[in-house]
Design a protein around this ligand. Sequence first.
Ligand SMILES: O=P(O)(O)O[C@@H]1[C@@H](OP(=O)(O)O)[C@H](OP(=O)(O)O)[C@H](O)[C@H](OP(=O)(O)O)[C@H]1OP(=O)(O)O
Ligand SMILES: Nc1ncnc2c1ncn2[C@@H]1O[C@H](COP(=O)(O)OP(=O)(O)O)[C@@H](O)[C@H]1O
Length: 313
Amino acid sequence: MLKVPQHQVAGHEAGIGKLGPLVDESGRFYKPLQGDERGANEVAFYSSLSTNSGIPEHIQRFFPTFYGTQLVEASDGSGLLPHLVLEDLALGHVNPSIMDIKIGSRTWAPEASEKYIQKCLKKDRESSSLSLGFRISGLQIYRSKELGFWKPGKKAAQKLSTEEVKLVLRRFVSSNTLNDLDLRPDCAFASTVYGGSTGILSQLLELKAWFEDQTIFHLYSCSILVIFEKELALKGKNPGAHIKLIDFAHVYEGQGVIDHNFLGGLCSLIKFISDILTAPSDCRIDISAKADQKNLTADNGVVADHKSHTASE
Ligand SMILES: O=P(O)(O)O[C@@H]1[C@@H](OP(=O)(O)O)[C@H](OP(=O)(O)O)[C@H](O)[C@H](OP(=O)(O)O)[C@H]1OP(=O)(O)O
Ligand SMILES: Nc1ncnc2c1ncn2[C@@H]1O[C@H](COP(=O)(O)OP(=O)(O)O)[C@@H](O)[C@H]1O
């Protein structure tokens, strides 16, 4: 039985008359193929992954496992439609904190139409993509059993200013996220989630080392999904923080050229995460201006009652 994913934070969402991904109980994530070249592009990319000798094994682990394509009943009621079958990255998580970070200051590929470029440029300008080289496409942060998740609406997440992005990257690893208006995140879990030899920073650096060399692919509009389980961190256990690359609808051949767009965005993200680890208690973020706070407050698309789950559910 296919269901709407509980922990999707960005992208097209399944709903009545809406085409979006579905999941099954065995841990598979079904992403509908977009009818144009985007669908074909993504299938071609995933199909080439496991046999591509240019992708070392330690880098392969940053991609979701691919199980081919399958015809399944589409979520919008339009009947059987081909779907990519992927590993469900939320499987095994009870209340995962998740961030979808779209990498690159530019989100369209060279061959895109003028109309599509204009659409992307608008989003890149209105978000932190142009200024920082990445944007938070969507996120959910686990707060508590009673409060569930802090989950800003997708549009609000994408309009975060530079200062707000800094704040959210801190809030993501903080214990004092109960109040939407709390602008002084304590970064209590920074060292266990972002830091350490297996933490997020170390994984990002491993990815960066590969992107400094690889000239096989140019990944436009691709995201890094960051996932961890806050309840484990609260109990002093390993929160299983990890990253995965997702969304390959706009991957193009690198033709011997470094993917400067992705690499630049990745370096910028690394700098922000490093800064948090260097000064976790440094909350001197100039977010006092009302305009800068608007995207983070409860009246701007924040879903406060997004339910949490207990391990037995
Ligand atoms: O269709 P939209 O306007 O919802 O845009 C999609 C984006 O959703 P957004 O509204 O920015 O949250 C969506 O963005 P996110 O995954 O949410 O970051 C994708 O960029 C999607 O592009 P594609 O599937 O990679 O071609 C985008 O689809 P296209 O613009 O390529 O149709
Ligand atoms: N393999 C996966 N397992 C679990 N969740 C996923 C997986 N791939 C994507 N998602 C969720 O779906 C969202 C959108 O995925 P994406 O591939 O970017 O779709 P779109 O092309 O619609 O933007 C991500 O932000 C994430 O929350």
